[in-house]
Design a binder for this molecule. Structure first.
Ligand code: PDD
Length: 278
């Protein structure tokens, strides 16, 4: 497959960066993951806005305007072999002698885009739901930034993998934050509830979308702090992300969620999400 690196399309096997890249040395960069359906980017403006917001948040010079980025994104999508894809893009502060603070002379950022086939969750996920486990959220306090420094998320994902679970649901000081790479939602008495948009979670592009789908489906929606026991006593628990779309959680730490089956609010929101894709 062809990837984009610093101004050129090239085979993945030929893409090279310096070992002094600040992304490699410090994790000093921002990334974005955008779904693509039938070669059309899904909510590209929102994904790009978050990407640019991340750059501003870490004072990283943005080398392209919105039209420039959208052009690059579509170029990589058009060069990929499959119709449905997951577009990955990242920007780092570039190559410089190793010192923690920003280099005195701003290096050119390293810009990388690649697109992989999007494998939608198998039908069994929607029929039977997935298992999750829990963990204390040990990440930093700027989780609203989609940073490439993902060690905390990596360890949370590994925790799930080792227990044959689909995702680790994290709690900070007794309150729900999010998954290792997904947002987490609970359903209680017919309402969808999510943790607030703040520095403790990454606001998924699906966050506003779920809010809109709730409005469309007449499902009450609230954003507020959610205590750990509320998650365990929820009627339904859902995960959302670019790759998971909308997923039903049926067990947490081996305990059944609701009646242990994907619920009616999940079904409505999943169907609405599928309609939003076309
Ligand atoms: N992750 N929270 C975290 C920590 C995430 O990494 C993600 C997405 C989300 C959901 O955001 P969105 O709805 O915009 O995908 C929430 C991507 C898919 C990843 O890292 O691969």
């Amino acid at each position: 497959p062809l990837v984009y690196l610093n101004g050129a399309m090239m085979p993945l096997s030929e893409a090279r960066i310096s070992v002094l890249d600040r992304g490699f040395i410090f994790g000093d960069g921002i990334y974005e993951v955008t779904p693509v359906y039938r070669r059309r980017l899904f909510r590209p403006e929102q994904h790009l806005a978050r990407f640019m917001r991340g750059m501003r948040a870490i004072d990283l010079q943005n080398p392209h305007d919105e039209a420039g980025w959208l052009g690059l994104m579509q170029q990589v999508v058009d060069a990929a072999p499959t119709e449905d894809q997951l577009l990955y893009m990242q920007i780092t502060r570039g190559v410089a002698r190793r010192t923690h603070a920003f280099p005195a002379q701003t290096p050119a950022p390293t810009v990388f885009l690649m697109s992989n086939p999007l494998l939608p969750p198998p039908p069994s996920v929607h029929e039977h739901g997935v298992a999750c486990v829990t963990m204390e959220d040990k990440r930093w306090l700027r989780c609203e930034i989609k940073s490439i420094s993902l060690l905390g998320n990596v360890l949370a994902a590994q925790n799930a993998a080792e227990q044959d679970a689909n995702e680790t649901i994290q709690f900070r000081d007794g309150y729900l934050t999010e998954g290792s790479a997904s947002n987490v939602w609970i359903v209680k008495d017919g309402a969808l509830i999510s943790p607030p948009r703040d520095n403790l979670i990454l606001e998924g592009i699906r966050y506003s979308l779920m809010e809109a789908l709730c409005a469309e489906q007449n499902i009450p929606f609230a954003a507020r702090r959610i205590a750990r026991n509320e998650v365990f006593h929820a009627d339904e628990v859902l995960l959302t992300s670019a790759s998971r779309e909308v997923m039903p959680v049926v067990t947490i730490d081996g305990e059944r969620v609701g009646n242990g089956k994907p619920g009616p609010i999940y079904r409505k929101l999943y169907a609405a999400y599928q309609r939003a894709k076309v």
